[in-house]
Design a protein around this ligand. Structure first.
Ligand SMILES: C[S@@+](CC[C@H](N)C(=O)[O-])C[C@H]1O[C@@H](n2cnc3c(N)ncnc32)[C@H](O)[C@@H]1O
Length: 162
């Protein structure tokens, strides 16, 4: 009983502490995932970067389109789940356990995020710093203030960085 309580407390802590660094875990549904990938319109062999990949569902959907996919995930439980979930697609998918704000990002052609309003300006600055080539961003639910949206569909916002 005590062990169960301790395990429960650790899980709650692991899911809770990420709010100090970004959005808490809330998965994107299949329909929105496919719409996000349609908006990004990446070709097979191009790379998608997902900032906060949760259980890996977006990485998996990208790999099924033959897109390389790299995801950062801070919560170690979710990082393990994402690795297991994308194991069949491991040739194309990489899950990095870490904080995407403090790491140098790999080169990418598209980025997917599901953050919170308060992080959108910080994200815009980080993309501008990190991009090594033109990159498209799709943000679920939240817009970047003062940046022009290239396209919008069903609450997903596409931005272009040249
Ligand atoms: C709203 S959820 C979105 C999950 C996934 N992108 C999806 O759409 O299904 C945000 C995810 O980002 C992770 N996260 C939050 N801040 C982070 C950070 N600074 N670095 C890495 N992951 C982070 C959370 O643990 C959570 O899994």
């Amino acid at each position: 009983m005590n062990l169960l309580l301790i395990i429960g407390a650790v899980v709650v802590l692991l899911f809770g502490f990420v709010v100090l660094f970004g959005a808490p875990y809330l998965p994107t549904l299949k329909k929105q995932t496919e719409t996000a990938l349609d908006l990004l319109d990446l070709r097979p062999g191009q790379t998608l970067l997902e900032l906060g990949c949760g259980d890996g569902r977006v990485l998996k959907a990208a790999a099924r389109r033959n897109i390389r996919a790299v995801g950062y995930e801070l919560n170690p439980v979710l990082a393990i789940i994402a690795r297991l979930h994308t194991w069949p697609e491991r040739r194309l998918v990489k899950v990095i356990w870490g904080n995407y704000w403090t790491q140098a990002w790999p080169p990418a052609d598209g980025i997917f995020v599901f953050l919170l309003n308060k992080y959108m300006l910080k994200l815009d600055t980080k993309i501008t710093q990190e991009k090594s080539r033109p990159v498209k961003l799709v943000s679920f639910a939240f817009k970047i203030p003062s940046k022009k949206v290239t396209r919008e569909k069903a609450g997903l916002y596409l931005y272009t960085y040249r």
